[in-house]
Ligand binder design. Structure first.
Ligand code: GLC
Ligand code: MG
Length: 249
């Protein structure tokens, strides 16, 4: 099991999980205010990102964000904990079910307008592509194509540009639910923040959610949904606004 030096996941009853790019990061003043608030509170803090764990560590260091208690990386296909970056092997085992990466690559290679991202974007349980929206089939057609190959996967589209193929059980939303359950957080005591397509499932998994002001158009469809708050403020301003909205302070 996990042995932590220090980790608020063990003692807190509230958990904030934020996307990194264009949500947590983007406005240094608001970010500082948010970090000061979190450090003086009992709230456990996690990030959920499309970045790899190495890339997440690097960007958080650059922006002087202290290491979070929880790291959901590579679009929910990997989970780590604390400063020690302890990997959650149980999660990897859980999502590996029916994962056939070679067949995914073979199937997608048949489609036009979609090319593999560089090696950095590829992980054991995440295959990522760059999409030319003019030449490529729609996300629905891509999903249908994958079904014809009998592939049980998730195809997630972000910023009209990125396509991630993940095992069926992996996504930021599923990873969030798994962590809430594992660390005994009531789902309503989890606040999730995001700005784009790969955040959608986190926002519709029963937690309280905030879409920051500078969001990407694929999240427009969440407007009006229960427990999805559309902030006026951009980046960490939007997160701070939601903390007040959900009466966490
Ligand atoms: C990050 C990852 C990339 C992924 C994108 C959307 O930019 O580096 O691989 O496609 O997020 O999830
Ligand atoms: Mg983002």
């Amino acid at each position: 099991m996990h042995k932590f030096l220090q980790n608020k996941l063990l003692e807190s009853d509230r958990l904030l999980i934020s996307d990194i790019d264009n949500t947590l990061l983007g406005d240094r003043i608001a970010l500082k205010e948010l970090i000061d608030y979190l450090q003086s509170s009992e709230i456990a803090f996690g990030i959920a990102t499309g970045r790899s764990i190495e890339s997440a560590q690097q960007i958080l260091q650059e922006w002087e964000v202290p290491p979070p208690d929880l790291w959901i990386t590579s679009v929910g296909s990997e989970i780590h904990y604390g400063e020690e970056i302890q990997v959650d092997l149980e999660w990897l085992k859980h999502i590996n079910d029916q994962w056939q990466p070679e067949l995914v690559r073979e199937a997608i290679a048949k489609l036009s307008g979609i090319k593999l991202q560089s090696a950095e974007g590829q992980r054991t349980h995440k295959i990522s592509y760059l999409v030319d929206p003019i030449r490529s089939p729609s996300i629905w057609e891509i999903q249908e194509h994958l079904r014809q190959y009998q592939l049980q996967v998730q195809a997630i589209y972000s910023h009209q540009e990125f396509l991630d193929i993940l095992p069926l059980r992996a996504s930021k939303g599923n990873a969030m639910s798994y962590c809430a359950n594992k660390w005994n957080f009531a789902i309503k005591s989890v606040l999730v923040a995001g700005d784009s397509g790969n955040d959608e499932q986190m926002m519709t998994s029963g937690a309280n959610a905030v879409v920051v002001g500078n969001y990407s158009s694929e999240l427009e469809k969440l407007r009006g949904q229960n427990h999805v708050y559309f902030a006026d403020g951009d980046y960490a301003h939007g997160i701070l606004e939601s903390i007040a909205h959900y009466q966490w302070r």
